[in-house]
Design a protein around this ligand. Sequence first.
Ligand code: 6OG
Length: 168
Amino acid sequence: MSSQVQKAEVQTLVYFLRRGKVLLIEKKRGLGKGFFNGVGGKVHKNESVEQAALRECEEEICALPKKLHWQGLLEFINYKKREIEMIYVHVFLCKKWKGKVKETEEAKPFWFKLSEIPWDKMWEDDKFWLPYVLRGKKIFASFKFNRWKLINGNVMVLENGRKIKTRN
Ligand code: 6OG
């Protein structure tokens, strides 16, 4: 039986950090509506991944990162009957930005202490890789979903820029 790749997209996700807190947005529309997530969206034609990340930050919370730190890549494979949807998400941290973080039509921003992240109101995969990213680690992670319900995944963490650990 063969499956067909119906969609393959590159997206971005930016986590703003300030004084031991992380900025999560409550998404008002699109994939993950109602969940808390980092700031981001699809990379458009004719823009780089970093340009897309900057544009999404401005559009969703009116803040423009002065510098983005690339922390890794997430692979999401979603099975739905015979169709497969693939999403590749580049993850960044941002510690300095221009403008005041504001609510927009797309997103409502909230600052959370790193010890009070609302994992139960986030994508199921986040708890497996986001703690590493928030500690400044670089990661590569891959997750399989069935109709956006998590089936399994694998997270590789780059320790001190050298050793690679694998967690299932
Ligand atoms: P729009 O469709 O709103 O962009 N995204 C995910 N984020 C997490 N944490 N887990 C997932 O598990 C995700 N799948 C997609 C990438 C979608 C936004 O949602 C992120 C984008 O920032 C499946 O344009």
